[in-house]
Design a protein around this ligand. Sequence first.
Ligand code: GLN
Length: 462
Amino acid sequence: MIVGEFVKKAKKGKAGLEDFYVKLFKDLKRINQEYDCFITLCEEEALKQLENLPKGRLYGVPVSVKDALCTKGVQTTGGSKILKDYKPTFDATVIKRIKDEGGVIIGKTCMDEFGLGGFSTNCAYKVPKNPCDKNRVTGGSSGGAAVVTRALDAPHIAIAESTGGSISSPASFCGVHGLTPTYGRVSRHGLLDYANSLDKIGVMAKSISDIALMMNVISGFDERDMTSRKEKVPDYTMTKSVKGMKLGVPKEYFGKGVAKEVSDLVWKGIKKLESKGVKVREVSLDMTKYSLPSYYIAAMSEVSTNLAKFCGMRYGLELPLKKEGFNEYFSRVRSVGFGSEAKRRIILGTYARMSGYRSKYYLKAMKVRTLVINDFKKAFKRVDALAAPTMPVIAPRFEEVEELSPLEAYKMDLLTVGPNLAGVPHLSTPCGELRGMPVGMHLIANHLEEKKVISLGGAFNE
Ligand code: GLN
């Protein structure tokens, strides 16, 4: 059942919410045992929420939340040991908006530590497994969110986050829809930062209309986030006809590094859209080959400063004090609290910002980022939206990921970092299967035009 229908039923008192939630938590525990998708389940808190639920647009809807968003009184770890037992004293703006509309927070989902990864294998707690094949990864970093969305039959919407592809990658690998909004469309207040100039909170769901409904609730200006956009929020559930819409196919997104079978399936998807009256033409995004280095330098530079605040004094992990100075204490906490990928990125990011290297790496990456943005702007002068594969391959097996060097792992983000660097909205929607594993198609639009990708995704899935 789509969420909108469930809300109508619940408002009429016909959803039997108390019983529904008892059964729901049984299902969630079973799914969690099978696929390891939650760091924390919020059964008690959810039942408490039911006692006094606002009859809003999400009345009674189960919502899972990536563990990167602060939830009042509920452990929020960012997928890291260094924040074990950290219970925020406030709700992130997105969480507050959901609760005010009657949405029920059911749990906090597994993720790569602080979002640093593309497979959900850099996890301090549990490594989630792909519901389509337990021997394969879920994609990341919002892996847990995609698992719950795929494996749970009951109505549900997931809140996830993307810096460089963390919504699209797991959506594609697990076969669900995932929308990453325009940078600034959704408030980041209460999100544990990875890279502030890139982080975006978004949505995963089993249907496009569920995504639109949630976007109506969470979008819009927030005075607590100075980067949040002031533009009016349209009704995302009122989709537009796609007839006559111009769809660009960027040739660089079908080139080297992208499996031919994946490209073929995405082309089939594009043909389906063409049969619905969409006009297809080839376009070029010349800067594509520079987006990976630009993204990783920017993201690592930002994360290396953001993680400095986790030192065992203000938040999370504390160790018994020895006779030592602050620096020794901080080093000990950070040595045991951070995983190896976080440490790698702190070192690389600090290096890229150091005097003497700053202009060579960080500032250069910023300049290249501007070129990538201009590339997208140029394309959107000719077309309404772009279509491309989301990921270059299907979900790899765990042992295949283990064999990858860090650089090889970063390369998997080839097709997702561009739209994230540009801050443009993008939707990954399932477009077929290869050997039983889902393949995602990316639909990308210009800033604040999420309605176009929602409309295209809706028409494609009709
Ligand atoms: N895989 C990318 C990275 O490791 C993106 C992660 C994300 O979007 N949080 O940076």
